[in-house]
Design a protein around this ligand. Structure first.
Ligand code: DX5
Ligand code: ZN
Length: 224
C-alpha cells in the first residue's frame, strides 16, 4: 500500500492568522500543507502567490504541496520553486507546454504532479503516466476555484482507471473530502487526501486527521 497522507488546504484557514493555520495543521499531524494558488483567469477566484508558500515553508517543516490553478504555470514556476514548493501541481487544462513544464519541475529537484478537472477524461494524462513524467496525479472532485463545495462522486471511475494503470503513482483527491467521502475516494485508489473546510472547522483537528487516515487505510482499493 502506498503512503496514505492527509493534506490540509490553508485556503480554509483564517487569513488573518495564516502562519498559525499552517502550524496548527503540522501540530495536528498533517503530512503536507496544500497551498491553493488561483490567478483569477484559469479559475474565477484569486488566492495566494509565492510569498504565501514562502511563509508556510518558513513556519512548518512538512512539505509544501502547491496547486497551481493558473493559466500559464510556466511563467511562475521559478518563483514557486524558489519559495519552497516541494510538489508542484499543474493542470492538464492549462495553456502550457505540459511535458516541458513537468520536466522543469523534476530538473529543479521537485515532485512534478499533473492535475485533472472533473470533466476532463483520464486519457488526457495517460502520456504523463506512460512516460513517468509525474510522481503524483491530483484528481479534482470539485470545480476548482472555491473551497467548501460538494464532492463530485462521478470522478471515482476516473480515479479507478488511473489506479489500475499505475500502481506506483500517488493519486491525490481534492474537493469535498470529509469523514464520509474519504472512504469512497480511497476505495477507488486515492492515497493522498486534500481537505480544507472539513479540517479547519474541527475543534480537534488532530483527531479528525487521524480518523481520515484510518478510514482511508481501511478502504484503500476495496472497490477496484
Ligand atoms: C479548490 C481547491 C481545494 C479546496 C478544497 O479549488 O483546489 O484545494 O481548498 O477545499 P474543501 O476541502 O473545502 O473542498
Ligand atoms: Zn487544491
Amino acid at each position: 500500500m502506498p503512503d496514505i497522507q492527509i493534506m490540509p488546504s490553508i485556503l480554509a484557514a483564517d487569513f488573518g492568522h495564516l502562519a498559525a493555520g499552517c502550524k496548527r495543521a503540522e501540530e495536528s499531524g498533517a503530512d503536507q500543507i496544500h497551498v491553493d494558488v488561483m490567478d483569477g483567469v484559469f479559475v474565477p477566484n484569486i488566492s495566494f502567490g509565492p510569498d504565501v508558500v514562502k511563509m508556510s515553508a518558513a513556519n512548518v517543516s512538512i512539505p509544501q504541496n502547491v496547486h497551481l490553478m493558473v493559466k500559464r504555470p510556466q511563467d511562475h514556476l521559478q518563483a514557486f520553486i524558489d519559495a519552497g514548493s516541494d510538489t508542484v501541481q499543474i493542470h492538464i487544462e492549462a495553456d502550457c507546454p505540459i511535458v516541458e513544464t513537468l520536466a522543469a519541475i523534476r530538473k529543479a529537484g521537485k515532485r512534478p504532479a499533473i492535475t485533472i478537472n472533473p470533466e476532463t477524461p483520464a486519457e488526457s494524462i495517460f502520456h504523463c503516466l506512460e512516460e513517468r513524467l509525474v510522481d503524483e496525479v491530483l484528481v479534482m472532485s470539485v470545480h476548482p476555484g472555491f473551497g467548501g463545495q460538494s464532492y463530485i462522486a462521478e470522478v471515482e471511475s476516473k480515479v479507478a482507471q488511473i489506479r489500475r494503470m499505475a500502481d506506483w503513482v500517488d493519486i491525490a483527491i481534492d474537493g469535498g473530502i470529509d469523514d464520509k467521502t474519504v472512504r469512497r475516494a480511497a476505495a477507488v485508489g486515492c492515497n493522498l487526501f486534500v481537505a480544507g473546510s472539513y479540517l479547519y472547522k474541527q475543534e480537534d483537528m488532530a483527531a479528525a486527521i487521524s480518523d481520515l487516515r484510518k478510514q482511508a487505510k481501511e478502504s484503500y482499493c476495496s472497490a477496484i
